[in-house]
Design a protein around this ligand. Structure first.
Ligand code: AMP
Ligand code: GLY
Length: 437
């Protein structure tokens, strides 16, 4: 098959890296891709929101299957357009992508289907929202309804903070139209995990779990980012927890979406809070996570292209997914200043040396080559360095071995990716030691 991947981040590099090794893959294209992706795929200069240009590229290159990476083209209806043109694709139609595109839609679906999630109320009016906050008290969570590039959520510790967040979203319009409506939620306590299920419209199969680090600095300090690192598997999602997540959250969602006439095809990415009473849904994304994908795919033994194609064709049920018995951990290297303003076009050295580290791969998220042929940074998140090993702790060592060979003075990374899993594992070891003694 000729394959086209839509996107340009580390997630898309990891997808292309996996597809390139599939015996089903004849020619591999990526639009628009990046300098790292160019080592495994032919990059086409088409932006992810240019639906007509993507359709034209599909016929020009005789594309058999399109894998859509980011949410933007999904919410714009790229999957609908491809299906209408009889091109197989992985990703939900526009109306099903509302699970990510509208928090209100997602919450109403959960309420109707009895899916565990934070208690909530929706508001289109600032005064009514404020009255609700005064009545509920703090801590409380204020969310812009629409897509706000990950910035639309305020965890308010006080009522005043919550009132301010309502004003910013609804009166000052700091998130534009995404804040015309807001959702106010109960504050949930627990440990967060990301869970991924592959869906074919009717059925869903569990893929994998991961945990990411959203805060920019070590110790989970500083502003939130798209993700500074991730690891998989997530120790908190054991086999029992996975069964509960499928049974209580993913499967009821598939039924509810089918019944609503919006069958979901693609990957359901559940952001979960694992609370004392079980898993609760924080949010849905309708795409693979970034950087979670860079930490999940190196664990996958099965042919990723084959299973995603099966999901696109409605035959994912019973597809045998095999995993290596190992952990993988991805460290994101970002441009100094990210998630605020950062310098572009700084030169990155040492990628060849990093490539010599065994059981490790450097995924590119925001790179290009300059006229002199140097690798340069073109985005906020620039590289995702993934190591794999029998344990998360060893995978962390691997990843930082490669990070330390990369010479990029204008870049930075967190040095503690995986800390929670590593601390939990060593606490377990200690307990076992004591029991044995
Ligand atoms: P979201 O964009 O909805 O994933 O929210 C961003 C982050 O805010 C999540 O990863 C959680 O850490 C936190 N969060 C969102 N909703 C809640 C909630 N109801 N209770 C506690 N934390 C939340
Ligand atoms: N890493 C979180 C996301 O992809 O949304």
């Amino acid at each position: 098959m000729n394959i086209l991947v839509i996107g340009s981040g580390g997630r898309e590099h990891a997808l292309c890296w996996s597809f390139a090794r599939s015996p089903l893959c004849e020619k591999l294209y990526c639009a628009p891709g990046n300098a790292g992706i160019a080592s495994v795929a032919t990059c086409l200069p088409i932006a992810v929101d240019q639906i007509d240009a993507i359709l034209a590229a599909c016929s020009e290159h005789a594309i058999d299957f399109v894998m859509i990476g980011p949410e933007l083209p999904l919410t714009l209806g790229l999957a609908d357009a491809l299906r209408a043109a009889n091109i197989a694709c992985f990703g939900p139609n526009k109306d099903a992508a509302a699970l990510e595109g509208s928090k209100g839609f997602m919450k109403d679906m959960c309420a109707k289907a009895g899916i565990p999630t934070a208690a909530y109320a929706r508001f289109a009016e600032a005064e009514a929202a404020k009255a609700y906050v005064r009545q509920q008290g703090a801590p409380i969570v204020i969310k812009a309804d629409g897509l706000a590039a990950g910035k639309g959520v305020t965890i308010a510790q006080t009522v005043d903070e919550a009132l301010k967040a309502i004003d910013e979203a609804m009166n000052d319009k700091v998130f534009g139209d995404a804040g015309n409506e807001i959702v106010i939620e109960e504050f949930m306590v627990g440990e967060e995990a990301s869970f991924f299920a592959l869906c074919d419209g009717n059925d869903a199969v569990p893929f994998a779990a991961a945990q990411d680090h959203k805060a920019v600095f070590d110790g989970d300090k500083g502003p939130n980012t798209g993700g500074m690192g991730a690891y998989s598997p997530a120790p908190i999602v054991d086999a029992t927890m996975q069964r509960r997540i499928m049974h209580e959250i993913i499967n009821p969602t598939m039924v509810a979406m089918r019944e609503a006439g919006k069958p979901f095809t693609g990957v359901l990415f559940a952001g979960l809070m694992i609370t004392a009473s079980g898993p609760k849904l924080i949010e849905y994304n309708v795409r693979f996570g970034d950087p979670e994908t860079q930490a999940m795919l190196p664990r996958l033994k099965s042919d990723l292209l084959a299973v995603l194609f099966a999901a696109a064709k409605g035959t994912v049920n019973g597809f045998p997914l095999n995993w290596h018995d190992r952990a993988a951990l991805c460290v994101v290297m970002a441009a100094e200043g990210y998630p605020g303003a950062y310098k572009k076009n700084t030169v990155i050295h040492g990628l060849d040396q990093a490539a010599t580290v065994p059981d490790c791969i450097v995924f590119h998220a925001g790179t290009a080559k300059n006229a002199a042929g140097d690798m340069i940074a073109t985005g906020g998140r620039v590289l995702g360095v993934t190591g794999w090993a029998p344990t998360v702790a060893e995978a962390q060592t691997r990843a930082y071995q490669a990070v330390d060979k990369i010479n990029w003075p204008e870049g930075f990374c967190r040095r503690d990716i995986g800390w929670r899993a590593i601390a939990a594992a060593s606490a377990n070891d200690n307990r076992r030691g004591t029991e044995g003694a």
